[in-house]
Ligand binder design. Structure first.
Ligand code: FMN
Length: 144
């Protein structure tokens, strides 16, 4: 069954992560939530990914979770965030993913992210600060 990977990014780390994810997870549809609104009825597996500011995941994904909460409980779900401070990851997940969705999720992970106001310049390594091993482990887990 097709997998929807729905995401929001501001400085590009989340976009980089979904490109890596997409190579690991076959038959997936990538969707930047700020460009298009997918019909979630078409998918029974969804991965939601977003960057973080001030311990909050980006609003379009936050709003999506709020609006579709009950529908998402019926799907096979994975969540990831892009953030720079590993020490804050547990708290960010706690604050941003409702307990029942967290409980029901196949996997939830932080893939790392860029230092604030220090996204890589064009032509330099766009995966700086991103944990490829975590993306790989997440994909393996999600595919099981
Ligand atoms: C204004 C601002 C606030 C941020 N707040 C946090 C934060 O609270 N916790 C954290 O771990 N990272 C924080 N970050 C780091 C971002 O989460 C990180 O740069 C991530 O790569 C953003 O995702 P994106 O590149 O897909 O937009 C912040 C970055 C900025 C610019």
């Amino acid at each position: 069954m097709a997998v929807l990977i729905l995401y929001a990014t501001k400085t590009g780390a989340t976009e980089q992560c979904i490109q890596v994810l997409a190579k690991e997870i076959s038959n997936c549809t990538l969707c930047n939530i700020e460009m298009e609104k997918p019909n979630i009825e078409d998918f029974d597996q969804i991965i939601l990914g977003a960057g973080v500011r001030d311990k909050k995941i980006y609003k379009p994904i936050r709003d999506f979770i709020k609006k579709n909460h009950n529908e998402l409980l019926k799907k096979r779900m994975g969540y990831f965030i892009c953030n720079e401070k590993p020490k804050e990851t547990a708290e960010i997940i706690e604050r941003n993913i409702p307990a029942d969705l967290k409980e029901a999720a196949v996997c939830i992970e932080s893939f790392g992210g860029y230092k604030a106001y220090a996204a890589p310049k064009e032509g330099t390594d766009q995966l700086k600060g991103i944990f490829l091993d975590k993306i790989k482990a997440f994909s393996e887990n999600f595919k099981k």
